[in-house]
Design a protein around this ligand. Structure first.
Ligand code: ADP
Length: 399
């Protein structure tokens, strides 16, 4: 099947046209600066030259028109008719408590998505705009929603409830949701396949470390805990997000610095994490460079980053009553030899013996531990678009 995968942000649409039989992207690209003076569409067809179009793109509907036009273009396209697209799969950030799996988008689903807008005010409205634009330009083609939160809906109440008045959960749905669900699910499944063991019988800890980062405890194929919570701010130290902090810091800093709610939100989301501690960069490659030059604050940032991942490994091994595999993914998880080394160093008591040579080998799926390591450490490149395409195919086939 040919599935168009869409990831719509407030001023962008990322897309991939995926052929599910071969599990390959026939074309991928992105429209950026939608609604601004000069929008840009970059389109990369498989085995053909990349093209870039700059122009005025006022809204998501016009952006979709451009995307379909380049997919159909005689020189740069990969389709001769839009009806060759079998289905559209949308990445939707927040499914709230309503969705524990991917779904066909119906009017009821759209209503439920609108009900969840308050939980993800920055993400769900552009996702809805993308769905409307795709419906407008591909009216007869089924559309599916794949949620970042859905995989974590299997968390038990003791993992998702916060220690705040229960009525706030009932009134405002304040609980832990977790994100990056498609990635955690994909890499855990792949890890089981690489190890040749049944996914439903394994205790797997996944670490998705990109600009945002989260970990998940996956026991017998189900997420039983994850480090992001009500929003993606909780948990690990990230590029610009603080992760776990004492909540009293917020009111204290607001008082001391005279910050408004929105200013403190910006501080915690944009000026904290690696960039906050190092004062240099949110980019792990630059942090590692500064660490190698002996920069004290970069060393602090790097160490807080890896120490926190290590603590979560310990916590999740305890939560699952053991650990069979630790999986690294995301830009940092897949590429940083030093991050994996620092996290695993000292975890020998959990049966982890990283093989230094294997850990240094670049790219691709790999087991990075020695043969006698009872717990395996793996690098599995994530592919969220492929998960969305495969889920969409499944839903359309069973329709
Ligand atoms: P996003 O979450 O935006 O999808 P990515 O998964 O692409 O981000 O991850 C981006 C992060 O990966 C950046 O911090 C970047 O520095 C880091 N990264 C990429 N390559 C390397 C590398 N070779 N060594 C260390 N970090 C890397």
């Amino acid at each position: 099947m040919k599935i168009l995968v869409l990831n719509c942000g407030s001023s962008s649409i990322k897309y991939q046209l995926i052929e599910t039989d071969q599990k390959t992207a026939l074309a991928k690209g992105m429209v950026e600066r939608i609604g601004m003076s000069s929008a840009v569409l970059v389109h990369q067809p498989k085995d053909k030259e990349e093209i870039k179009i700059v122009g005025e793109i006022l809204d998501h509907s016009i952006a979709m028109e451009y995307v379909i036009a380049v997919l159909l273009s005689p020189n740069h396209g990969v389709l001769s008719d839009r009806n060759e697209i079998d289905a559209v799969g949308h990445r939707v950030v927040h499914g709230g408590e309503t969705f524990s799996g991917s779904v066909l988008i119906t009017d009821d689903v759209l209503r439920a998505l609108r009900d969840n807008i308050e939980l993800a005010p920055l993400h769900n409205p552009p996702n809805l705009k993308g769905i409307a634009a795709a419906k407008e330009h591909l009216p007869n083609i089924p559309q599916c929603g794949v949620f970042d939160t859905a995989f974590h809906m299997s968390m038990p109440p003791h993992a998702y409830l916060y220690g705040i008045p229960y009525k706030l959960y009932k009134r405002y749905k304040i609980r832990r949701y977790g994100f990056h669900g498609t990635s955690h699910r994909f890499v855990a499944l792949r890890a089981a396949e690489v190890l040749g063991k049944p996914y439903e019988e394994l205790k797997i800890i996944t670490a998705h470390l990109g600009n945002g980062g989260s970990m998940a405890a996956i026991k017998n194929g189900k997420s039983i805990d994850t480090s992001m919570g009500f929003t993606p701010l909780e948990g690990l130290l990230m590029g610009t997000r603080c992760g776990d902090i004492d909540p009293s810091i917020i009111t204290y800093v607001m008082g001391k610095e005279g910050l408004s709610i929105s200013e403190v939100n910006t501080m915690l989301n944009k000026h904290s994490g690696l960039v906050g501690i190092s004062g240099e960069s949110s980019d792990m490659r630059e942090i590692e460079q500064a660490v190698s030059e002996g920069d004290k604050k970069a060393i602090y940032a790097f160490n807080v980053f890896t120490y926190r991942i290590k603590k979560y490994v310990g916590a999740y091994a305890a939560a699952m009553g053991g650990i069979d595999a630790l999986v690294f993914t995301g830009g940092i998880g897949e590429n940083s030899v030093k991050v994996r080394e620092n996290v695993c160093n000292g975890l020998e008591f959990l049966g982890i013996k990283l093989d230094d040579e294997l850990n240094k080998k670049p790219v691709g799926e790999a087991v990075l531990t020695t043969a006698d390591s009872t717990t395996k450490v793996l690098r599995i490149p994530t592919n969220e678009e492929l998960v969305i395409a495969m889920d969409t195919e499944q839903i359309v086939k069973n329709k």
